[in-house]
Design a protein around this ligand. Structure first.
Ligand code: PLP
Length: 453
């Protein structure tokens, strides 16, 4: 055996540079005044997490107390009045927020609206911008693509994201939005399963809502087994944000995990794939608890894929996105999609121009395995479906209008996406305020798209 030193072609790497493997295992929650005495076993108990969830400004004050600046709480209270989503945030997330600077914290930005940071909605914004209701043959079941469908099992989540694309239905009414109800109703579920059985071309179902973390173990079994019983259904996914905001459920809610495992294993025997799709947005959401939870799922042979939303001030830097994707890969989560932010009411401060996503995509691609490299997509407003962000027919950075075609979804139609006004030149911003000029800019963009395609 040769002992000659290897002539490395690459410079030596400082182990400290491998930041994505350094996952927090400290008692981070003990920095929160109300939880100074809370031990790990208590914090990692899902029932405790549920009981301590923050659902109001009052509860936030009681919990973080003097940590949060007084003007911050005021700002939050004002922000809530103008928000399309109610507040619900897990102790796990509260503990991971940097309370010395909550204004800039990437986790705070996702869940707690601040009046001082809100921006007016884009003039082209509508409440159900993805046309999920228009493409729903029965309530709570959207059938847009040929062979796959979206089943909204219910309308509740373990946390509420400010930027929820389904704020037309998910959560309870707010000052701003009266919601469409999609409860876990047996007759509605029956109609959805009947429809799925009758559409013999459908092979793939997304079970979402609402969040699969909020389905009881018996409901996981009910939905799972009824889908597995349909001969045409070959694969489905349970969608949940839960792994990112309450990973301890996987470690402490045995009936739920066993129900999921039972469905996955029955599916495997039938040669049908059942997996989880989750929603991490920032590397700080991945901790040692996450690693343990994802390890448990991996041991049970449960595939987990991730869908990130591209958010200003959260993950719109190449370094942050690369770190997120590396961390997810390290804990055996496949990064699947990065969504360019939908047009959603009350979350304009979280949107970015399309070109920012294109730049970050360029930096991420090539960093790691292709199957761990997410596809950046625009979910085309108006029901065009998901399009590769780079595949626009036309993009005018001056007006912020991009135009997409979706030949397999709505042949012949063009779909427009709009950069946030604040990213545009002030003169163009003024033009957008005039409906006639706005219409003309859009017509011009579609004309240009038609000419090139
Ligand atoms: C996202 C989505 C799906 C699933 O699409 P994939 O690209 O397979 O992840 C299905 N139906 C609707 C309406 C969707 O929005």
């Amino acid at each position: 055996m040769s002992t000659a030193p290897i002539q490395h072609l690459r410079p030596a790497l400082d182990p400290a540079a491998i930041t994505w493997r350094q996952l927090r295992r400290d008692a981070f929650w003990q920095a929160i005044p109300a939880w100074r005495e809370i031990d790990e076993a208590t914090f990692c108990d899902v029932a405790w997490q549920e009981k301590q969830a923050i659902t109001s400004p009052r509860k936030l004050i009681e919990t973080v107390g003097p940590l949060a600046p007084a003007d911050f709480i005021e700002d939050f209270e004002q922000g809530l009045h103008r928000a399309p989503m109610t507040v619900r945030i897990s102790p796990y997330v509260i503990g991971l927020i940097d309370w010395s600077n909550p204004y800039a914290d990437p986790l705070r930005r996702q869940f707690l609206p601040l009046a001082s940071q809100l921006q007016p909605d884009h003039p082209m914004l509508t409440l159900d911008s993805l046309h999920e209701q228009a493409d729903a043959p029965v309530p709570g079941l959207t059938h847009r693509y040929f062979d796959k469908a979206l089943f909204l099992a219910h309308d509740i989540c373990p946390v509420y994201c400010r930027f929820c694309t389904r704020s037309y239905a998910v959560g309870t009414d707010t000052d701003l939005v009266e919601k469409v109800s999609i409860r876990a109703n047996p007759e509605r579920w029956d109609r959805a399963f009947q429809y799925l059985g009758e559409r013999i071309e459908v092979e793939d179902v997304v079970v979402s809502g609402g969040d699969s973390y909020r389905l009881r173990a018996d409901q996981i079994l009910e939905i799972g087994n009824r889908l597995l019983d349909l001969p045409n259904i070959r694969r489905f996914r349970f969608a949940t944000k839960g792994l990112a905001i309450q990973p301890m459920k996987i470690l402490s809610d045995t009936p739920w995990l066993d129900a999921l495992t039972q469905v996955v294993e029955r599916g495997r025997k039938l040669h049908k794939e059942v997996c989880i799709h989750t929603h991490f947005n920032h590397p700080n959401e991945v901790t040692g608890i996450t690693e343990d939870a994802l390890g448990r799922l991996f041991e049970r042979g449960i595939t987990v894929r991730n869908q990130t939303v591209f958010l200003a001030g959260v993950n719109d830097e190449a370094a942050t996105m690369t770190e997120l994707v590396r961390r997810l890969s390290y804990v055996n989560v496949h990064p699947y999609y990065v969504y360019v932010h939908d047009l959603v009411r009350g979350s304009e401060d979280l949107r970015t121009p399309l070109h920012r996503a294109l730049d970050v995509e360029k930096a991420v691609r090539g960093s790691l395995a292709g199957f761990n490299t997410p596809l950046f997509v625009v979910d085309a407003p108006g029901g065009g479906g998901k399009r590769d962000a780079h595949s626009f027919e036309h993009y005018d950075r001056r007006t912020g209008i991009s135009v997409y075609a979706a030949p397999s979804v709505k042949p012949g139609a063009f779909f427009t996406y709009f950069d946030p006004l604040t990213s545009l030149d002030p003169a163009i911003q003024a033009e957008w305020q005039d409906p006639r000029k706005a219409e003309a800019m859009i017509a011009e963009a579609i004309q240009a798209a038609r000419a090139t395609s």
